[in-house]
Design a protein around this ligand. Structure first.
Ligand code: ARG
Length: 464
């Protein structure tokens, strides 16, 4: 295996040990970042007079050539190299000769890999944020279309009070909105450049770390060279945020699976996002939602894995840290796919508005409002609660809803009932009277939608 060291070694590395040690099969993902970091590094070295202008130009031309050749398929990243850094340096030196050997001046693979990973994660923080915003757009449009789609709200998975589909979906909007804010937070905290920290103690060359940081769009250089090569906090933060996204997607998936069940039929998942059974011809299964729910465990696993890897590491770099890559790459890919598929599934899903409304009507979701009605007529709330409880029992026997009882029947439970009770416990009234901000009433929902539109629009503008 081609490696960057060997001067002090006399024996060969065991074949299995060398495979075990190598990271090229997965850190090849960092190829573009490795080239970007190397270009910034040599531009800075030339500015500081450590390399000549001529050497810098040769190296930069060599590096951009390698980048093009790999991207266009003329050069492949092969497994004879230990890692992506060795691959780039070896190919560069083959191509441009002596100058190539100067690329690594004032640098260690420790700060190099710290930089590559940071550049990669920084990009992924933005991309995950974009996927989240796409999903938020879908949810917000659905909310706008379903402001008066009545449905039961649940506690303990038992019908509780009536609400609207817009209100229910709005809960998920707030969750994914917080996920976007978490991405913005992580970006700000991680956006400092570790390059120039060397193996861990800086270097004796007069590097300009602020300049390389500036060239790559960082806020500035990191401030402790030991921490720079040993810090993986930002990966842990990112994985924690990805786990939270998956937790939200998983809860939503669980609801969709329930809503799509034969018993509920609140929604119908589009054929494009369902699968059939090999034996039961009648089946249409919500596999995509189930897989999103299932893959949550895998992303949590990545978080636990890195937390555990990091917990016993003395300063500064240790090879254990190479383990940060595979699980993180896998978690990112999983979350990106889940966000894309979930958005597709949601936007193509059919909502059975009448079924939802009937379910709200049949489930005594207006019982609280019936009690509140009696309170309005001067009955103490505790008494009203008892009266309506007895009415519900009666209705269960009779297999009807509260508003299907005649005024005569109602009066048997309380003389305070009058003909305005029917209007008072209609689904529309029950929802429309809930007008505090955050509640499902139309005016309140419209205000929330306006605020959330603005949230998306400001971010849309900033991105442009
Ligand atoms: N493949 C290594 C990693 O991912 C790169 C850094 C190697 N540094 C070293 N001192 N061996 O962490």
């Amino acid at each position: 295996m081609a490696q960057l060291w060997g001067g002090r070694f006399t024996g060969e590395t065991d074949r299995l040990a060398s495979q075990f040690n190598a990271s090229i099969t997965f850190d090849r993902k960092l190829f573009a970042q490795d080239i970007e970091g190397s270009i910034a590094h040599v531009v800075m070295l030339a500015k500081q007079g450590i390399l000549t202008g001529e050497e810098k130009d040769q190296i930069v031309r060599g590096l951009t050539g390698i980048r093009e050749d790999v991207f266009e398929g003329r050069l492949s990243i092969t497994e004879e190299y230990e890692d992506i850094h060795s691959f780039v340096e070896a190919v560069l030196t083959q191509r441009i000769g002596e100058a190539g050997k100067k690329l690594h001046t004032g640098r260690s693979r420790n700060d190099q890999v710290a930089l590559d990973m940071r550049l990669y994660i920084r990009l992924k923080v933005l991309q995950v944020s974009d996927h989240l915003k796409g999903l938020l757009e879908t949810i917000l449009s659905l909310m706008e279309n379903h402001l008066t789609t009545y449905m039961p709200g649940f506690t303990h998975l038992q019908k509780a009070q009536p609400t609207t589909l817009a209100h229910h979906l709005g809960a998920y909007f707030e969750m994914f909105k917080r996920d976007v804010l978490r991405m913005e937070d992580i970006y700000k905290r991680m956006n400092y450049c570790p390059l120039g920290s060397g193996a861990f103690a800086g270097t004796t060359y007069p590097l300009d770390r602020s300049y390389t940081a500036y060239l790559m769009g960082f806020e500035g250089p990191t401030l402790n060279s030991m921490d720079s090569v040993a810090d993986r906090d930002y990966i842990i933060e990112f994985l924690a945020a990805l786990s939270t996204i998956m937790m939200h997607l998983s809860r939503f998936s669980e609801e969709i699976i329930i809503w799509n069940s034969n018993e509920y039929r609140f929604v119908e998942i589009d054929d494009g996002f369902s699968t059939g059974s090999s034996i039961m011809p009648q089946k249409k299964n919500p596999d995509i939602a189930e897989l999103v729910r299932g893959k949550t465990g895998r992303v949590y696993g990545a978080l636990m894995s890195i937390l555990t890897t990091m917990k016993g590491l003395p300063l500064a770099y240790n090879k254990d840290m190479q383990e940060d890559k595979e699980v993180t790459f896998d978690a990112i890919e999983t979350v990106e796919n889940c966000l894309i598929l979930f958005k597709g599934m949601l936007s193509s899903m059919k909502f059975n508005e009448q079924v939802m409304e009937r379910s709200a009507r049949k489930g005594f979701t207006n019982a609280t409002d019936a009690a509140d009605y009696l309170v309005g007529k001067g009955v103490a709330f505790r008494d009203a609660h008892g009266i309506v409880g007895q009415m519900v029992l009666f209705c269960i026997e009779k297999e009807c809803s509260i508003d299907e009882l005649s005024l005569e029947e109602l009066k048997r439970f309380s003389p305070s009932f009058e003909s305005d009770i029917y209007e008072a416990v209609s689904l529309k009234t029950c929802v429309e009277k809930r007008l505090t901000i955050g509640a499902p009433g139309l005016k309140a929902m419209e205000e929330v939608i306006r605020i959330n539109r603005e949230f998306l629009e400001t971010r849309d503008k900033e991105r442009k």
